[in-house]
Ligand binder design. Structure first.
Ligand SMILES: [Zn+2]
Length: 191
């Protein structure tokens, strides 16, 4: 298992005006250790790149407990012929297997894309306390972009989140992927 380097002493910081605003609004968002989150998001991006190699939409995730990675995963909808095989779902399943427990309280989930409704609910069923995401999803984002569902109806316990960590890197992976698909489709039409 990977040990997180000694980032925890670096302290707390706001990464963006949006994060600052969320913190001011209070409630479910809190300020997290920026360097620690960036470190793990970097590893989630590494997972997203594995999805890319398999021609999947590049989204990667991992789950951390007490500074240790207990599960990793990436989107597998095409390869598994399963529309529910989002990175978060696969990673939650693996983390539960690792702990031999369906309760992931005191775990943090990192994912390169804002979770959808399905994944948000799956996180609440798994009792994930903290989640951190990278790119915002204007189509299916259930946290801030399209819906704002981090509330007592979805989570019946306190949950905190932070969005936009390594946002540029996460969203560029996705943009490049979809641009490539569009190009390929255009070329096919022209043939
Ligand atoms: Zn999802």
């Amino acid at each position: 298992m990977d040990r997180v380097p000694d980032y925890e002493s670096v302290g707390w910081a706001f990464e963006s005006p949006r994060a600052h605003l969320n913190a001011l609004i209070g409630g479910v968002t809190m300020v997290r250790n920026a360097n620690r989150d960036e470190y793990f998001m970097g590893l989630a991006i590494h997972e997203a790149k594995k999805a890319l190699e398999r021609k999947e939409v590049p989204v990667g995730a991992l789950i951390v407990k007490e500074g240790e990675i207990i599960a990793r995963g990436f989107n597998g909808c095409m390869n598994y012929s399963d529309p529910t095989a989002h990175a978060e779902i696969l990673t939650i399943r693996r983390a539960c297997k690792t702990l031999n427990n369906n309760n992931l309280s005191n775990c943090t989930l990192y994912v390169t894309l804002e979770p959808c409704i399905m994944c948000l609910k799956a996180m609440s069923l798994a009792k994930i306390n903290v989640f951190v995401f990278g790119a915002y999803d204007s189509d299916m984002g259930a946290v801030e972009s399209t819906w704002n569902l981090v509330n007592e109806k979805v989570f019946n316990y306190d949950v905190v989140f932070r969005g936009g960590v390594k946002e540029k890197e996460c969203s560029e992976l996705l943009k490049d992927f979809f641009n490539k698909i569009r190009k390929e489709q255009k070329n096919e039409k022209e043939i």
